[in-house]
Write a protein that binds this ligand. Sequence first.
Ligand SMILES: Cc1cc2nc3c(=O)[nH]c(=O)nc-3n(C[C@H](O)[C@H](O)[C@H](O)COP(=O)(O)O)c2cc1C
Length: 209
Amino acid sequence: MELIKNLQWRYAVKKYKDELVSEDKIDQIIEAVNLSASSCGIQPYRLIVVTNPEIRQKLAEGSFNSQIQASSHLLVFAAFNNITSEYIADYVAMMEKQRNLEIGMLNDYRDTLISHFSAQTPEQNAIWSSKQAYIGLGTALIAAAELQVDATPMEGFDPQLFNDILGLTGKNLHASVIISLGYRDTANDYLASMPKVRLPIDQFSTMLK
Ligand SMILES: Cc1cc2nc3c(=O)[nH]c(=O)nc-3n(C[C@H](O)[C@H](O)[C@H](O)COP(=O)(O)O)c2cc1C
């Protein structure tokens, strides 16, 4: 399938050209992330697209990843700090509406989710939310590769700095993981010509019959 070729083509770019990705492609990557699966289907994270150069310069402070600043777009996967009963109720009401169900039809599902998430600590809910955000990260990498847009997933950033600059804490969010998007600078990126390093499939995967 074409996807395998695209995944072989992609790599975590270290140096980008000074070229912008079109808004149409950015929109398609965002849509792909929005279509990602999430546990319980409640999408407990948000995607923030940062283009403003001054903000990005501040976000890059103290990080070894120059791509935070020197790329076309920066996507911040911001996971929930907690899963509130109000959020669940609103989301389940939206499910009923989008599926043309009678109001109240999903009350049992709603109540099961509310009792599950309210029995967990906010820290447990934040970790769970961050795991869901990483599923979105995977989708974004795949979508970018299909569009022949380069991308770098990054954990090498200061989450507290991101939370402060982007005002995330007040929105029940925290920066979980980020991706820069753009086009590789083949002449100046030492990784551009390097072969991909992966385990042989028979070491990576086991088939139990
Ligand atoms: C969650 C995650 C965090 C990563 N953090 C960084 C990072 O901070 N800086 C960086 O240059 N690459 C980062 N990478 C890229 C990995 O080093 C890279 O994906 C890995 O070496 C495999 O190579 P490939 O993606 O080029 O095939 C990260 C990758 C993932 C999935």
